[in-house]
Ligand binder design. Structure first.
Ligand code: LFR
Length: 469
């Protein structure tokens, strides 16, 4: 058997994809479903049971497979009580319950001390800050979202390591739970289950689950942090590449053999997340297509295709903003916030949706430029090409702007890099693919990719970049 199923949950949509490796890498998306926050009693949640139901629907549509892998966005979790029952509904990372927690921890434990151990960038929603804001009285186990889904599918408890590296509680050097740090923060070390490696078998489907979907199959750990799976499927040859995994977020950086834990990297908020095979994903979070998604939500009935076509005709650099200003993080009226940021920086805000879309795409490209350049400088890694993968690779204007802004060729695609990384990790464990290099070669030779050469208009982009600081 050479069919594998990937369950891939993104922050705005989920999908179940089946890949057949009997000849090349043929993929079918058998089910896609929306994902979004549910505001309940003033708190932003995920609809975790709704997602679970959609996953079962997708697996039923997939039919018999060799194995199943689950990945999702990072940092968010469910708490189990000692009987294994879910305590409460997982909270969305864009909820504001962690306001001020990172600052408190920095004041008590020290931001440097945290970075020294975990190598993780400070984002207000890192698991560590969420746990400190949470009620843990009845909690026996903390499971990150893919681990929670795998638990519901198999009954087996564990913590996959690439995603565990986004908690802020994993030792980046040893890749084990940072127990002294966990103790020092006053968190119960017992919450954190045994770590699993990508490729490791998790267990067979529970009998009732198999009954519901119509077949049984083993569930295998993959790089369960979606970004780690996406990076595993970057169609790069060699090591002189940067990547941008561009979806709701843009995760931009380089792949390294070891963490970089310098003060300069910490100051630039660069993160050392665990990649497949002991690699380090040295990257920065850029606000990503969230800016565009939230603008579209403010303009009901608008067509993205029409807006992009109109944005291409707008005047270049009429207004650009730093895409990473914290005000853009929570859900809300994005055009109004962008307009406020334009005014704050002495620029006239766009006056039409097309103007806003132009502003968002140029601003994102500038965010990509900054992150790719910093990744190169801080790590010393040479970069000849930028691989832009994920849903954003379908956005031609964004790809073109990114090539121009970075002054580097951009190879765009595959859009489903995360799901491909997921299935390829399973296929490798089944002995169908040799190693990470072979996984990437297979993506490069089977998936449709587009190449964008930089226009050479570097002066205009440099001038616009200067407006961000
Ligand atoms: C991308 C991602 C990022 C993480 C953010 C929040 O989907 O996983 O890597 O920083 O979502 O979990």
């Amino acid at each position: 058997m050479s069919r594998f199923a990937a369950v891939d949950l993104g922050a705005s949509s989920g999908r179940v994809l089946v890949a057949d490796l009997s000849e090349g890498l043929a993929t079918t998306e058998v089910h896609r479903f929306p994902n979004g926050p549910v505001r309940l009693a003033g708190r932003l949640h995920w609809d975790i049971l709704g997602l679970y139901r959609e996953i079962l629907t997708g697996l039923r549509a997939a039919g018999p497979v060799t194995s199943i892998g689950v990945d999702s966005w990072a940092v968010d979790y469910g708490l189990l009580d000692e009987t294994g029952a879910l305590l409460g509904n997982p909270v969305h990372y864009r909820d504001d319950r962690t306001r001020g927690v990172a600052e408190q921890v920095a004041a008590t434990v020290g931001a440097e001390a945290l970075y020294e151990v975990s190598g993780l960038q400070v984002l207000p929603f890192n698991t560590v800050y969420q746990l400190l804001a949470d009620r843990l009285d009845d909690a026996a186990t903390m499971l990150l979202v893919p681990d929670l889904i795998a638990y519901w599918l198999t009954g087996e408890i564990g913590a996959e390591v690439t995603n565990a590296s986004t908690t802020g509680l994993l030792d980046v050097r040893t890749r084990s739970w940072a127990v002294p740090l966990i103790d020092r923060l006053g968190l119960p070390a017992g919450l954190f289950p045994r770590l699993r490696q990508p490729g490791e078998a998790i267990g067979g489907l529970r009998r009732d689950v198999a009954g519901e979907i119509g077949f049984s199959a083993p569930v295998r750990a993959v790089a369960s942090h979606d970004t780690a799976s996406a990076v595993a499927a970057v169609p790069a040859a060699g090591s002189a590449f940067a990547y941008i995994s561009c979806g709701t977020w843009s995760l931009a950086g380089v792949e390294l053999p070891a963490p970089v834990l310098t003060e300069a990297g910490r100051a630039a908020n660069f993160t050392n997340e665990a990649g497949i095979d002991g690699t380090v994903r040295y990257l920065r979070n850029v606000m990503g297509l969230w800016l565009l998604q939230e603008c579209l939500r403010a303009w009901p009935g608008s067509s993205l295709g029409d807006l992009l076509a109109a944005a291409a005709r707008e005047r270049p650099f009429a207004a650009v903003v730093d895409p990473d200003v914290p005000a853009f993080l929570p859900p809300g009226d994005m055009p109004a916030r962008i307009a406020a940021e334009c005014r704050r920086t002495g620029q006239r805000p766009p006056s039409t949706p097309a103007g806003f879309v132009r502003c968002v795409l140029e601003s994102l490209a500038l965010g990509h430029r900054r992150a790719v350049r910093q990744a190169m400088e801080l790590s010393g890694r040479e970069v000849e090409v930028v691989h832009l993968v994920g849903g954003g690779s379908r956005n031609e204007l964004l790809c073109r702007f990114t090539a121009d802004a970075c002054g580097l060729p951009v190879v765009a695609g595959p859009a489903e890099a995360t799901a491909l990384g997921n299935v390829l990790t399973q296929a490798r464990a089944a002995g169908l693919v040799a190693d990470l290099g072979a996984m990437r070669d297979l993506v490069a030779s089977t998936q449709e990719l587009r190449r964008y050469e930089p226009s050479g208009d570097t002066a205009a982009w440099a001038e616009a970049a200067a407006r961000l600081t």
